[in-house]
Design a protein around this ligand. Structure first.
Ligand code: FAD
Ligand code: AMP
Length: 476
């Protein structure tokens, strides 16, 4: 075999690219996975945004900061008395770094153990079967693949009104690396990332103000759930200003003045650090040679069909660089699908059944359609809700804020959407995803036994409540 010739070449080793590589290898194909991730210190590690600067470091800090916050404010409710709770941010950050290192090294080991050739460097698509790789020293080589999978991910979107500035104005990655707790923290954007990062620093002691241009809070989330999240986060002290469009920033010696407009009136906000979280853009910089033949849409996403095929028959694209929600698990499933299709097997992604989670406290999760979307579709539907206040496990955890809401079709009892705000919502949503994936009806959920006392009983009760039969609900 030509040493630079593979059945499959994957460009990008994030949560879309590395599972695609592993599954292709499991399917008996020869695979090369090219990745150019660069850490702050210039070193390379596998796992892309998710492991190095996204899902994992943010969840580690959310976990640590929640423990800190709860130990200060809630443990005494349990009769657990701690004289003085202190914060060692250095230890907290070092723990985060260790976890990221373990996991990224784990990816490297997985690629190796599956026989994937991991190549560090920049991949440049010359044509449908050729990639030029440039390594860190600038050395170039050509590699050839019968199929090529593009999994180059995304980058934080820049906001011209708030350009990044050293450690004063940072993106989401920068906000995961603070070495001191900023006294006053500004966050631009109340999307998922802005809320999670705002929560971390607010719990650790920052006075956090979130500026959001839109008038609606979490517009993609079911209205009942979004209202509950808004109420809870404000109750914790997060100052979320809606309808507030940032128009400029002025950098001081140790602070930043943010200018924003509400109702046509200009306001100033002084903060010690500012985080820009206004979304992410698909990343294809330096990816395409002039004969690559791959098309981009007007927002820069690589155009693909439902099976992630590009306009070039041998080139596929997956993950954040293509349409659909920018979520790690969505990219992973696309990677697995494509690797199976290349091997001649069945492969499909259920694009209508993608779970989303926001790891705030309380957590938020959902799958399927919101009530507003179902209503707009014009079909007859019913809604079941159940509050965690009436769930014994949530009570015992002292985390009984929130609810489960289930929306189902009136005619065939099919589950159309499930929306959760409450403890471990991100774990609970898995049951709803499985139910929808298996086309379970509300009655199937109603007749499924749930262990007691568990949080999952709240989903069971919401399903019962869709037909007015919840057991633990007081009738008004
Ligand atoms: P990426 O993870 O971006 O990986 C792409 C890889 O390709 C990178 O290593 C990049 O260096 C490499 N690359 C790019 N171009 C080239 C090239 N030409 N040659 C070689 N290599 C190249 N999602 C969730 O599902 N859950 C979460 O909790 C969550 N939390 C998040 C928190 C934050 C703060 C952020 C920023 C994101 C979060 N996300 C979360 C989103 C998630 O990180 C992305 O959806 C996911 O990483 C996308 O995976 P990907 O493989 O498509 O791209
Ligand atoms: P997301 O795309 O979910 O990560 O969220 C990014 C958020 O940033 C969106 O809700 C945008 O409305 C918000 N946003 C974008 N530009 C501005 C701006 N100039 N001022 C305030 N918020 C903004």
């Amino acid at each position: 075999m030509n040493e630079n010739k593979y059945d499959v070449i994957v460009i990008g080793a994030g949560p879309a690219g590395y599972p695609a590589s592993i599954r292709a290898a499991q399917n008996g194909l020869t695979v090369a996975c090219i990745d150019e991730w660069k850490n702050r210190d210039g070193s390379h590690s596998y796992g892309g945004t998710c492991l190095n600067a996204g899902c994992i470091p943010s969840k580690v800090l959310l976990e640590s900061s929640e423990l800190y916050f709860r130990s200060k404010s809630e443990f005494k409710e349990h009769g657990v008395v701690i004289d003085k709770v202190g914060l060692d941010l250095g230890v907290m950050q070092a723990r985060k770094g260790n976890i990221v290192r373990q996991l990224t090294r784990g990816i490297e080991a997985l690629l190796k153990s599956n026989g994937v050739e991991a190549i560090r460097g920049h991949g440049h698509l010359i044509d449908g079967t050729t990639v030029e790789v440039t390594d860190a020293e600038g050395k170039r080589k050509m590699v050839h693949g019968d199929n090529i999978i593009l999994a180059t991910g995304s980058m934080p979107m820049a906001l011209p009104e708030a350009p990044l500035h050293n450690s004063l104005v940072v993106d989401s990655w920068g906000a995961l690396e603070f070495e001191e707790v900023p006294e006053r923290l500004g966050v631009i954007g109340s999307g998922v990332v802005g809320l999670e990062l705002g929560s971390v620093w607010q719990r650790l002691g920052s006075k956090v103000v979130i500026l959001e241009a839109l008038g609606d809070f979490l517009p993609m989330v079911d209205l009942d759930v979004a209202r509950e999240v808004h109420r809870s986060l404000r109750g914790q002290g997060l100052d979320i200003r809606l309808d507030a469009r940032v128009t400029g920033t002025a950098i001081g010696e140790n602070d930043v003045t943010v200018t924003y407009i509400v109702d046509g009136e200009s306001h100033n906000l002084e903060v010690d650090r500012l985080v820009v979280c206004v979304g992410r853009r698909p990343f294809t910089d330096g990816l395409f040679g002039e004969n690559a033949g791959v098309e981009l849409d007007n927002r820069g996403f690589i155009c693909v069909d439902n099976s992630c095929r590009t306009a070039v028959p041998t080139v596929w694209a997956i993950g954040d660089v293509v349409r659909g929600p920018m979520l790690a698990h969505k990219g992973t499933e696309e990677g697995v699908m494509v690797a199976d299709l290349i091997a001649g097997k069945f492969g499909e992604v259920s694009y209508k059944i993608i779970p989303s989670v926001i790891y705030t406290s309380p957590e938020v999760s959902w799958v399927g359609e919101t009530e507003a979307e179902v209503k707009a579709s014009g079909i007859a539907y019913k809604v079941g809700t159940f509050p965690f206040l009436a769930n014994s496990r949530a009570k015992s955890m002292d985390q009984s804020k929130g609810l489960v809401k289930l929306i189902a079709a009136q005619d065939d009892n099919g589950i159309l959407g499930v929306h959760i705000v409450g403890p471990l919502a991100g774990e609970l949503i898995a049951e709803a995803v499985l139910a929808m994936e298996f086309s379970a009806s509300v009655e199937d959920l109603q007749r499924t036994m749930h262990a007691h006392p568990t949080l999952s009983e709240a989903l069971h009760e919401a399903a019962l409540s869709a037909d007015g039969n919840a057991i633990h609900m007081i009738n008004n």
